[in-house]
Design a protein around this ligand. Structure first.
Ligand code: ADP
Length: 527
């Protein structure tokens, strides 16, 4: 397995897979959590409604205790017992207390109330008669409870037209007073809710909830702990009121509903997970691509060492061979001697060239090759290089044309510009085997002076074009692989051009040739 694949696999196993598993787990856990939170919340609301119901029950039990004591002290026969009188006057929601021996004996029913001219006692009697006539079963139940030691209070059906919205509640007295065992209360539910239950609901609700009491069938509440418009907050949970079965309690959160909070929370969590995953994927991608670059560079470097050794070995072998032949005095003719000397000279030059290129490269790399950038004539620079190369080009059988079209100076370091052009012409010569033609022209393009070096040689594939400017990169397939080089030339050219705030471009097609264009900034861009 290649080292790159290994690294990709490690990154996948160490970072991406755990992230994917974590995200999948988190997202599935979110909906579970959502359900759990909602259930807990409903239980909490349920507990609140339970406590409100419990409170109403406690109030009534407290009244029952007072009624019981009132009758025990005073007896049921006489007038209004003082304890009951104070109870009635303290709570206008409770206008009447009544007693009876059995429900079937209407004549035994006795009413206790304050002398309130506004209270319609006749109507109450009618109501009681009707209510009690239907209460036989519940009465027997209450008696059974009482025998087992439970004091219970039961609401009778009060939704009778004669009852004027009053509720009739019955219970059994703990100890019969003058044979009367059945006792009851007539309640004004709206008043009970407003004056007794209301304050309790207020204290439970605080600023967190809205508690409302509704009458069944009516959309608007009889009582609400919150006066503002909260129509959007329909009750999250409702429960019947135990003591007033025609009413129910509703509860909702104040402001944002819990469902909305849960939804928002889920949305935020999922967004965070997605953002985290994207960051992680980007991070892994960045690590991978930088490692890939390093691996590529290491590979190129090791190729470079073998290329350079090869480059140096050939001239060295030639020099050593011809020098030895000369030294042994085997060459007699002066002409041959001259030929050998010039070979030795040429190969020495080549060696110097290689060493110089490596030195320049390392200096440019280390950024200590100070450039003296000043206005210069690009045409003259190119022409000088061509003059130097004329012999070489002719020798190799090349045709060349130079068209100087640039009228303005560019900002360059002369030496560096020569280096750039020499490298490009050198490549054009090196990589043109069959059609030996080189065209060079200069021109102006926007704010730049450009030099184009066009050959009709081997060309470069699209894939290789992406890499030829990298350090040590050499095309390793096809005919080009045979030619000698270090892979430093183009990366050096690119580095130099960019140090001039310029750039280099290549257009090339395999077997058709290549055009390299270098951009140098114009000295006077307004010209
Ligand atoms: P070198 O020539 O020493 O190999 P360079 O950096 O100058 O290194 O070039 C990198 C590669 O680009 C070369 O190996 C060669 O394959 C390709 N190349 C450069 N110039 C040309 C050209 N004019 N025509 C075809 N291929 C070229």
């Amino acid at each position: 397995m290649s080292s790159l694949r290994k690294i990709a696999l490690i990154l996948l196993l160490v970072f991406l897979l755990p992230a994917i598993f974590f995200s999948a787990y988190e997202i599935s856990a979110l909906s579970e959590e959502e359900k759990m939170i909602e259930e807990t919340y409903r239980n909490q609301l349920d507990a609140i409604l339970f406590s409100a119901n419990q409170y109403s029950d406690d109030v009534l039990n407290n009244w029952i205790a007072k009624v019981q004591v009132g009758f025990e002290e005073h007896g049921v026969a006489g007038g209004l017992p003082s304890k009951i009188e104070s109870l009635l006057s303290l709570h206008p929601a409770l206008p009447v207390v009544f007693t009876g021996d059995t429900l079937n004996n209407e004549a035994s029913v006795k009413l206790y109330h304050l002398d309130d001219p506004e209270f319609d006692i006749k109507q109450t009697r009618v109501c009681l008669r009707k209510a009690l006539s239907t209460a036989g079963k519940r009465m027997r139940q209450l008696l059974r409870y009482q025998e087992s030691g439970f004091q219970k209070i039961e609401p009778l059906n009060y939704d009778l037209p004669d009852c004027n919205n009053h509720v009739v509640l019955i219970f059994i007295l703990d100890s019969p007073v003058n044979h009367k065992r059945i006792c009851g209360m007539v309640l004004q539910p709206d008043m009970f809710i407003e004056e007794l239950l209301g304050p309790k609901l207020q204290s439970i609700a605080k600023d967190q909830f809205v508690l409302r009491v509704y009458r069944k069938g009516s959309p608007s509440p009889t009582y609400s702990t919150f006066e503002g418009d909260q129509t959007s907050n329909s009750a999250a949970l409702t429960k019947d009121l135990w003591v007033l079965p025609d009413y129910y309690l509703g509860i909702a959160t104040l402001g944002v509903s819990i469902q909305q909070i849960i939804k928002d929370r889920t949305y935020t969590n999922i967004s965070l997970i997605v953002v985290l995953d994207i960051i992680l994927i980007l991070g892994v991608w960045m690590v991978f691509s930088s490692v890939k670059k390093e691996v590529q560079l290491a590979q190129n470097k090791s190729d470079f060492v073998s290329n350079v050794s090869h480059e140096i070995r050939t001239p060295l072998a030639l020099i050593s061979m011809f020098a030895e032949t000369l030294k042994l005095g085997r060459v007699k003719s002066e002409e041959k001697k001259q030929e050998y000397y010039s070979i030795i000279h040429k190969e020495t030059n080549r060696l110097t060239g290689i060493v110089n290129r490596i030195l320049t490269f390392s200096r440019v790399e280390a950024n200590d090759k100070a450039l003296t950038i000043q206005p210069a004539n690009l045409n003259t620079i190119v022409q000088d290089v061509l003059n130097t190369y004329e012999f070489h080009l002719k020798n190799k059988g090349f045709q060349w044309q130079f068209t100087p079209n640039l009228k303005s100076d560019v900002l360059v370091d002369d030496q560096a510009a020569v280096e750039v052009i020499v490298n490009l012409i050198d490549n054009a010569i090196k990589y043109s085997d069959s059609v030996k033609n080189i065209e060079i022209n200069t021109a102006r393009k926007d704010a730049f002076g450009i030099v184009r070096i066009i050959d009709k040689g081997a060309g470069i594939s699209r894939q290789d074009q992406k890499h030829i400017f990298e350090k040590f990169y050499r095309v390793s397939s096809g005919d080009l692989a045979k030619s000698r080089g270090t892979g430093l030339g183009l990366s050096l050219v690119k580095e130099i051009v960019e140090n001039h705030q310029g750039r280099i471009e290549v257009v090339s097609e395999l077997k058709k040739g290549s055009t390299f264009t270098i951009y140098f900034p114009l000295a006077n861009q307004k010209e």
